[in-house]
Design a protein around this ligand. Structure first.
Ligand code: SAJ
Length: 413
């Protein structure tokens, strides 16, 4: 079912853009993926993938082999342009929209009357209107939906992605989607596109509400993780096992406490709440505090490791996991990576990192950290810090950790 869309362009072939491109291609629509990375473009055109995501390799390979998906460095005309580029923050936690602006510059020359432009990148409130204004400046010949509510040449909408890394292919299809058009006509046009591959419900609203909904979802999770992280520190000082405590409290029918950890990582939950704080600095008090609590957790873990290492003449510390969460290779904004790097930089001991999902250490940690197998780390270390609950670590036999000091930030041991 193509709903009249012949060709879709996806700008940004990362964790969201590539799976989205591949799924749309799998529905028989021609998809062109545009990326600034030559490596990504070449890899995809060989039917391979440059990121780790379960089953994505098969879907991409099938889409490329059938000729429905190709990747390019330059924009080409299409009916729909889906922008799926990163929105990090700059100094002072203010949103950096430069990748979105660059994506607009890339597509502007090939835009035509009737095109639909969808912003999927997580964005601060007002960003979709900015896209409409930028495109208007870049292509004054095409009328935009802000100033032409009753009919414009371009249709522009925000449809935030909500998929969980590790379950992207499933959630892309099954999750409900929020579609916020600049005008109702924009929402309806975008709805027709999502209907081609989304089985979940598509809920229509305006662009600003859609932007805020996405930020709210991640801020909700951040606040709840902050609660768990704060509890873990309180429990340490009161000599209570926080994992036991949480499992007991969660037996209450209306209590559902999340899991403490070494801090919150990734490019979403650790970033998006700041966009709300930036838009409403005086009002967003819990949201800001939650960010500060979660950002403070790595310092707390480092102090624990240092105290444990001080008990040994030649401390060898096994850092289990570098990714920002279990069973992925994504090291972006990873507290585990930051803790490992800082422990090495502070000379706390010899640092052995175990990360089964990567083949080499990122440049930021190569000095004084060795990437080793789990068995080598277990043979040599006297302090273990569990930073990520990867499956490989969960099945570790208990005798290998006998006589070692264990700091388990994930509660797997
Ligand atoms: N974490 C905890 N304790 C928990 C849950 C998570 O410490 O109980 C940590 C994880 O270890 C990780 C971080 O939080 O470091 C974030 O992990 P996550 O699995 O909660 O979420 P993400 O960042 O992988 O994906 C989130 C999802 N948002 C929500 O669940 C509300 C996903 O649906 C979004 O699409 C994604 O952000 C995004 O792209 O915004």
């Amino acid at each position: 079912m193509s709903n009249g869309f012949q060709r879709v362009a996806v700008i940004g072939l990362g964790y969201i853009g590539l799976p989205t491109a591949a799924i749309i291609a799998s529905r028989g629509i021609e998809v062109v993926g545009i990326d600034v990375s030559e490596h990504a473009v070449n890899t995809i055109n060989q039917g391979k993938i440059h990121i780790v995501e379960p089953d994505l390799d098969m879907v991409v390979q099938a889409a490329v082999t059938t000729g429905k998906l190709k990747a390019t460095l330059e924009a080409e005309p299409a009916d729909v342009f889906i922008i799926a580029v990163p929105t990090p923050f700059k100094e002072g936690h203010t949103p950096d929209l430069s990748y979105i602006e660059a994506a607009c510059k890339t597509i502007a020359p090939v835009l035509a009357k009737g095109n639909l432009v969808i912003l999927e990148s997580t964005s601060p409130v007002g960003a979709t209107e900015k896209v409409a204004n930028w495109l208007s400046e870049m292509r004054p010949d095409l009328t935009n939906p802000i100033t032409n509510v009753n009919g414009s040449d371009l249709y522009i909408a925000h449809c935030p992605e909500r998929v969980l890394p590790g379950r992207v292919l499933e959630e892309l299809v099954s999750n409900d989607r929020i579609i916020g058009g600049i005008s109702t006509a924009c929402s309806e046009k975008a709805l027709a596109l999502y209907k081609t591959f989304v089985r979940g419900e598509c809920l229509l609203t305006n662009a600003r509400t859609a932007e805020m909904a996405k930020l709210t979802e991640n801020a909700f999770r951040d606040v709840n993780i902050a609660f768990a992280n704060e509890l873990s520190i309180i429990c340490d000082s009161l000599k209570i096992n926080v994992w036991e405590l949480i499992s007991l409290a969660n037996r209450h029918p209306r209590v559902n406490i999340l899991s403490p950890g070494p801090g919150v990582g990734g490019h979403c939950i650790a970033v998006d709440p700041w966009f709300i704080v930036d838009s409403a600095p005086d009002e967003a008090r819990i949201i800001r505090t939650a960010r500060e609590i979660n950002d403070g957790k790595p310092e707390y873990v480092k102090r624990q490791v240092k105290a444990a290492a001080d008990e040994f003449k030649r401390p060898v510390i096994g850092c289990l996991g570098l990714a920002f969460k279990a069973n992925i290779d994504d090291l972006r904004e990873s507290p585990a990576l930051a803790i490992t790097r800082d422990l090495a930089a502070q000379g706390v001991g010899e640092i052995l990192a175990v990360e089964p999902n990567i083949k080499q250490l990122p440049a930021s940690v190569t000095e004084d950290v060795s990437l080793v197998s789990l068995s080598e780390a277990m043979e040599r270390c006297n302090v273990i810090v569990v930073l990520v609950d990867h499956t490989e670590f969960k099945s570790m036999p208990l005798e290998v950790i006998k006589n070692k000091v264990v700091i388990d930030t994930r509660g797997i041991i």
